[in-house]
Design a protein around this ligand. Sequence first.
Ligand code: THU
Length: 159
Amino acid sequence: MKRKKIEIDIQSFTYEELNASDRQLIDKARKTNEHSYAPYSHFYVGAAVLLDNGEIICGSNQENAASPSGTCAERTALFYAGAKYPDQAVKAIAIAARNDTEETEMPVPPCGACRQVLLETEQRFHTPIRILLYGKKEILLLKSVNDLLPLSFGISFLK
Ligand code: THU
């Protein structure tokens, strides 16, 4: 028997410790969760995606009474970015969530389906995506989707 261990790299910051461009991306995600349509979960998520050309594309979660028909903030933003700028690599994504009364204390990590879409985006453009997860207590930074979804299934298996 052999044991294999995977190490992932996560950095924790306060808002004040971040540089101006990361703060800007986070602020856009925080603002965008105000546009969520989440009458069922009352959990409002915003995502802001920074593209190689400097554009920032935002998206929020959009729910539906037939629940699988809705989608998460991350995929709203990533798919909109892909539809509008199909040739632009994604450099970074910031994610911020709130409930009816306040922003989350802890950073909210993306769901499994969004991780898979983030992974494919990273592999498609051969560019690591920086992931900023906002919480009032701390902000987590991952420097690649590989740190969010280790041991992943992706494009390479289909070649
Ligand atoms: N949600 C997101 O938009 N992103 C995440 O990373 C986690 C969950 C949404 C989906 C649903 O509208 C609500 O949050 C509760 O799960």
